[in-house]
Design a protein around this ligand. Sequence first.
Ligand SMILES: NC(=O)c1ccc[n+]([C@@H]2O[C@H](COP(=O)([O-])OP(=O)(O)OC[C@H]3O[C@@H](n4cnc5c(N)ncnc54)[C@H](O)[C@@H]3O)[C@@H](O)[C@H]2O)c1
Length: 363
Amino acid sequence: MDSVSISEVTVFRGLMHGIRQPFSGATISPKFCSSKGEGSRAITSNASNTKSQFVYGESLATTADLGYKMNAVNLKNRTLISSVKEKLLLDAYDDEYGGVVVDHEKLPSNPNAFTSMLRNSLSDWRRKGKKGIWLKLPVEQSELVPVAVKEGFEYHHAEKGYVMLTYWIPEEEPCMLPGNASHQVGVGGFVLNRHKEVLVVQEKYCTSSNAGLWKLPTGFINESEEIFSGAVREVKEETGVDSEFLEVIAFRHAHNVAFEKSDLFFICMLKPLSDKIIIDNLEIKAAKWMPLVEFVEQPMIKGDKMFKRVIEICEARLRHRYCGLSPHRLVSTFDGRPSSLYYNVVDGDDNDASQSNCTADFY
Ligand SMILES: NC(=O)c1ccc[n+]([C@@H]2O[C@H](COP(=O)([O-])OP(=O)(O)OC[C@H]3O[C@@H](n4cnc5c(N)ncnc54)[C@H](O)[C@@H]3O)[C@@H](O)[C@H]2O)c1
């Protein structure tokens, strides 16, 4: 049997308040039986002003004044208590950082029961030296959020279906829990056709300074979406043009872009596979194929250090004087995850130029 702390016995006490049988009307207070060592658990029952001691271990406590046979009761209640004790703690599993992840599928629905289980669990985790606690509360149980906050939990992040809260137990150690995701990831498609026209759009919603600007189709990468497929999707959604991903030409890293989040913007070169334009009326006001020279001459592009440089890089790429990054699918043994590593192959294996991603045609 596990060793028991005061907090754990307190758990039993809370439990016994909720359980009327066989300790009907009893209140339980913590008491340790030092002579029993680690394997003993002691609970004092106070029923009808009569104090009795139940010892869970090899020996039994005084039982006469309760009027029933404690041997049998003891065995029965030992089972009962250990099963109810489990019900008084939140279901959770350990993480690899010495922390605990609460099982959100087994949360009690009653906020009072949750309060008591959360307190008991916190005592239990503290006693066991646990560090970071992750508590995910589904939107269907949002009434538990104020309870957790009152117990000292902090918001970590939220998604449509849940809010994640955290609690850092060690008071003497700085909190090591990683923060919420810090970045959003965007893509821009540079799609050039054989007439040296670039695919451009005018956004429906933009700042007044950007009104009338013809710009590259841009958008955000979805959850679990690849940069290369996200760029193709965004171009298709906004303009109706099919394309093939060639390379990441450059990326921009900016901060405090939206709701204090940083922004990674990947500018991708795409090869057009169709030319018919069908715009997405929800987001886009207009789209067209625009001569590259005309696109570059727009004051907003000409005067913008980033886009001016992006165009210079794209033009260098057209002359094969620059090489972007192309995705290579692989599985890392570190985490066993299939992933994309973006890099360029200038000469290819054994100097085979055909292996180079820098020789790919644009149109
Ligand atoms: N738009 C540009 O000119 C431009 C310039 C430089 C970099 N980028 C980069 O492109 C990537 C995508 O940016 P973007 O400008 O295309 O995205 P965006 O801000 O235009 O958002 C994309 C779409 O999301 C929706 N949306 C966004 N915020 C909304 C809100 N508050 N309310 C309602 N709908 C909203 C709109 O439908 C919008 O068209 C980012 O990484 C950004 O840094 C864009």
